[in-house]
Design a protein around this ligand. Sequence first.
Ligand SMILES: NC(=O)c1ccc[n+]([C@@H]2O[C@H](COP(=O)([O-])OP(=O)(O)OC[C@H]3O[C@@H](n4cnc5c(N)ncnc54)[C@H](O)[C@@H]3O)[C@@H](O)[C@H]2O)c1
Length: 364
Amino acid sequence: MTGRIKVGLIGIGNCFAGLIQGIEYYQQNPTQEVTGIIHDNLAGYGIHDVDFVCGFDVGENKIGKHLNEAIYEYPNMVDWIPKESMPKTDAKVYESPALDGVGLWVENRIKPIKSNKTDEQLKEEIKTVLKETGTEILVSYLPVGSDKVTEFWANICLDNNIAFVNCIPSFIASDEKWAKKFEEKNIPVIGDDIKGQVGATIVHRTLAKLCSDRGTKIERTYQINVGGNTDFLNMKEQDRLASKRISKTESVQSQLATRLDDDQIYVGPSDFIPFLGNTKLMFMRIEGRQWANIPYNMEVRLEVDDKANSAGIVIDAIRLAKIALDRGVGGPLRPASAYLMKHPIEQMADIKAKEACESFVAEK
Ligand SMILES: NC(=O)c1ccc[n+]([C@@H]2O[C@H](COP(=O)([O-])OP(=O)(O)OC[C@H]3O[C@@H](n4cnc5c(N)ncnc54)[C@H](O)[C@@H]3O)[C@@H](O)[C@H]2O)c1
């Protein structure tokens, strides 16, 4: 065993609730095979070697609470483990600057704290918390469209020598300017925008690559996603969506032998259906031509729990960031980002990205 991994969270929403409750699920069911991760043991780190040491949010009902309580606060809806059986933790939720984190549609659900602290004051408070808790890695689960908050936290990582796992489509690890800053300080960064275990993106890009590799000509394709949690409600605000569309679209385009014209590909979060909760539905269609110009098409409907889908990936991202810290490797982690994220600095075919991750883990 190599030691503990001390992780701080930014955004104590449904994704984090799924991550921490999933770890507890395996704790309470030790004979249950851990599904979906790269390996149980990644260079000595298992899923139970992660300590969540602090959290940051803007919700007035979450700030000041212990993590094991805050994850059940409204509007969160993950309840795989009953609240009373979640082990108590000393780790607490602290205030993060709101900046552009809270969108129009979710404001009266999140109920952001009316703070009179300046960003500079918060920065100092955060610095103290990170030092006292010994945080080594920060994971961002901010809402889509939180570009300014993401930059605030990327700078916190750079100033405090903390690795960054960016699960959202505000581009840091994949942006040359930001990647260089992490490189110069030799701090690992994995991002951007988590790719689910069997999510819409991985299914779409795999099938698109299959059609492309088999020599057919893809003429047009779409992917429509609907869900019923705050993530989907927030994405009703079109202005917050620009980078999400780029991230999802490029993830598919990158797998095609020939890029499609912009008007022949539509990939996007498309609507909020309240009663779906954390269930995400994806509808995908590919149209193309085969031998002798004969047309074909395929349609896929995928139904998944969106939070289980992301948590299994993030537990690997955390462990890969820790391995990089142990080995003194900094800057954007290319194999990890290509395998685990939709918008990495360098896109790779998924199979190649997995092999590159395995080689990185196996390196001494
Ligand atoms: N399969 C997936 O679930 C998946 C895949 C890819 C990306 N993501 C992304 O992960 C992110 C998190 O998803 P979620 O379902 O947990 O969302 P969520 O809405 O449940 O949680 C977001 C949390 O961020 C908090 N927040 C808002 N502004 C903040 C600020 N300025 N500082 C700190 N916290 C702030 C909110 O109060 C809330 O607790 C989203 O951007 C989502 O698109 C999820």
